[in-house]
Structures are given as structure tokens and as C-alpha cells.
Design a protein around this ligand. Structure first.
Ligand code: 13P
Length: 374
């Protein structure tokens, strides 16, 4: 079966699969999906923002936020030049709404992606809720009907699914409770998702919005990732059949001289090396509020670094791929081509960074503009 095709083999997913060990055929299928999305020089586009998350971004640009404008916006992105888009992007994470929408040419989005040899994925969590008993920490809801949803999305042609939990860093956070609960939630998601023959994209996002230095960020990454992998193992998640989507190790209070791409790479790789098993085939970073330039330079430095890297290290960016194109598009038909060109330029830069192919001097800082360099 080509990825993206609708799956109609209902009987292959028996309900007994749900609670038992994964069938070897399912393991093989998960590996094949990962091979397709973790291709050298390619990464993922996350355009799975909820209507509420898009609201703020659209509002800032004076774009009306309706089902129709969200559909037009996603059509602008996903119908960009076919050969270029599929050269840089191997998979796209869609929002539930997009799965049931069609382009202006009456093509379903999953089908549009299939025609471009891009694998469709879906965000399956239902957003953040307060984690009671903590100081304003959060967990993520959506587990109750996850199994049924995954089966439905698989039939619609989606082959991987994303779930995001968040952690903040402060004097007392993340608490042990938040780490344990969210690691369990992510592991439950991953095992349910795998039993429905979808690759889980496990996203434990450490938010980069507190007043801490990069050494503290490193310690929190190590603690959280080791809790997460211990829990994934306790849940018997098939590690070869999942992808990790973490943040990079960053500090927004650090002086630029202490936060060069080389240092971010050093710290990020140290955290990963100490905690992520080599059985994990791929790690796709989120951009997490880094500006466009940082997101490219940091990924490039990670891939250029001499450290041992037993995983494919690439991008699964939302804002860092879309920001520039959204600003140009502004829901104006005349701007579509220009917005698509900018979007593809961003995708090309991220692709090169995923190969560590961008050249820049040793003294570059996080804030240096890529336009000055390339
Ligand atoms: P950003 O790259 O904008 O952080 O988004 C990625 C994502 O999918 C967050 O869940």
C-alpha cells in the first residue's frame, strides 16, 4: 500500500491487537512508515494548529479566522510546487478539520499529499488541561477515545500521529508529578497509536519561556527524557516504531556568546546521548518559538557536530516553516505564488540544515540572520 492511500482492510485491525504485544507485521509496517518519513534531507511540516492557536497569528496579520480561510491557507502551503515540496518535506501533520476539507479543485488534503509522495499524519491530542495538585502545570487530554480515533484516521490515510505534552522550567517546575503523569500519558498514547498501526510522534515539549540558564535547561531535559524513556519501556512501546519530537536545549536569558548554535548543538546532543536509546530511529525537533534563523542555524550545528548521532536528526517545524509565508499570504489570491516561494525557501534551508550542509563561521550567534550568510 502506498502511504496516503485510504485503508479499507478493517479486519487487519482486530480489537485483540489493542491489548496484546504488537504483531511482527505491524512492527514491519511501522518501520516502513518511519523509513518513508525519516528520509535523508527531509523533515516534517506541522500545520496542525487548532483554530484557537491560529486565531492569534491570523489576528496579528488581519486575517479572518474561519473554516474557509484556514482551508485556503493550508491549500496555499500544501499545493506549493510539487517537486520542490516533496524534495524537502516527507510528511505533514494535519489538524482534524483539514482531513475533512478539500482544496479549491475538490481534492481531499490527504489525497493531495499522497499525489506528492508525502505521508499524511494527524494531531490526535485534545489540548492542554490543568494538572491539578501542581503549581499551574499542565497535562494533555484525549486518551479516552484515542483508539477509535486512530483507527478512523488510519482509514482516512494517515500513517502517523502526534501528541504533545508541555513542561515549564521554573524554580520548582517541572515537578516530579508532572514528569511522571505526562510520561505516562505519552506512553499510553504511543502504545495505543502503534496498536492502530500508526507511528507515534512523541512530543514532550520543554517550553523556552522562563528565566533559567542553559545548564538548568540541560538538567531538566535529561531528567524529563530519562523519565519518559523509562516509562515508554514500562508500557512496552516498540521503540523502533516511534519518533521523538523534543525541543532543543536553549536559554532565552543567555548572552548570545553563550548561546551560539555550536553551544546549543553541544547541549542538545549531550541531553539526547545520555537519555535516548539508539533504538529510536529518528528525532525531529520542534521550533518552539525560535526565530526563523535560529531554528535553521541550530539544526545545522546539531547535524554538523562531531558527536555520535545514532538517530536521524531533522525538523518537524510549525512556526519556523510557516511564519514568513503566512505574513505574505494574508488571504489574498495575488500573494499565493510569492508566499509559496518563501515557504519553499524555508523548507529548503531546513532541509540543508538537516544535513548539516549550511556553512557559517565559528563566531556566529543565534541571532545572526541567515540572509547574511547564504
Ligand atoms: P513549532 O515548530 O511552531 O514549535 O510547532 C511544532 C509543533 O508541532 C508543536 O506541537
Amino acid at each position: 500500500m502506498q502511504f496516503g492511500e485510504k485503508c479499507c482492510c478493517k479486519d487487519k485491525i482486530s480489537s485483540s491487537t489493542k491489548c496484546t504485544k504488537l504483531d511482527p507485521a505491524v512492527c514491519l509496517e511501522l518501520q516502513k512508515i518511519i523509513e518513508a518519513i525519516a528520509t535523508s534531507g527531509k523533515g516534517l511540516l506541522a500545520c496542525d494548529e487548532s483554530p484557537a492557536s491560529l486565531d492569534q497569528r491570523f489576528q496579528e496579520l488581519g486575517i479572518e479566522n474561519t473554516e474557509v480561510t484556514r482551508c485556503a491557507y493550508r491549500e496555499m502551503l500544501l499545493s506549493a510546487d510539487k517537486s520542490q515540496l516533496s524534495r524537502y518535506i516527507s510528511g505533514v501533520i494535519l489538524h482534524h478539520e483539514t482531513i475533512y476539507q478539500k482544496t479549491s479543485k475538490n481534492v481531499e488534503f490527504v489525497e493531495l499529499l499522497r499525489q506528492r509522495n508525502i505521508v499524511a499524519g494527524i494531531k490526535v491530542d485534545r489540548g492542554l488541561v490543568p494538572l491539578l495538585g501542581t503549581e499551574d502545570e499542565k497535562t494533555t487530554q484525549g486518551l479516552d477515545d484515542l483508539w477509535e480515533n486512530c483507527i478512523r484516521y488510519k482509514k482516512e490515510g494517515c500513517h502517523f500521529a502526534k501528541w504533545r505534552c508541555v513542561f515549564s522550567i521554573s524554580e520548582r517546575c517541572p515537578s516530579q508529578l508532572a514528569m511522571n503523569i505526562n510520561a505516562n500519558v505519552l506512553a499510553r498514547f504511543a502504545s495505543i497509536c502503534q496498536s492502530a498501526r500508526m507511528v507515534p510522534i512523541v512530543e514532550p515539549e520543554i517550553l523556552n519561556n522562563g528565566e533559567y540558564d542553559i545548564d538548568r535547561a540541560l538538567r531538566v531535559h535529561e531528567e524529563m527524557l530519562s523519565t519518559l524513556f523509562r516509562t515508554l519501556n514500562e508500557h512496552h512501546v516498540y521503540l523502533e516504531g516511534m519518533v521523538l519530537k523534543p525541543a532543543m536545549v536553549l536559554s532565552r536569558i543567555q548572552k548570545p556568546t553563550r548561546c551560539t548554535p555550536q553551544i546549543v548543538a553541544e547541549y542538545t546532543l549531550r541531553a539526547l546521548r545520555r537519555t535516548v536509546p539508539t533504538a529510536i530511529p529518528a528525532i525531529f525537533f520542534l521550533s518552539g518559538g525560535q526565530n526563523d534563523e535560529e531554528s535553521v542555524l541550530n539544526l545545522n550545528a546539531i547535524n554538523m557536530h562531531d558527536d555520535k548521532k545514532p538517530w536521524r536528526l531533522s525538523f518537524c517545524y510549525g512556526r519556523a516553516l510557516q511564519n514568513a509565508a503566512m505574513k505574505i499570504w494574508k488571504n489574498n489570491l495575488e500573494n499565493i505564488n510569492k508566499a509559496q516561494v518563501i515557504f519553499l525557501e524555508r523548507a529548503e534551508l531546513c532541509s540543508k540544515a538537516s544535513l548539516g550542509e549550511l556553512q557559517f563561521g565559528e563566531n556566529e550567534t543565534c541571532t545572526r540572520n541567515t540572509n547574511d550568510i547564504f
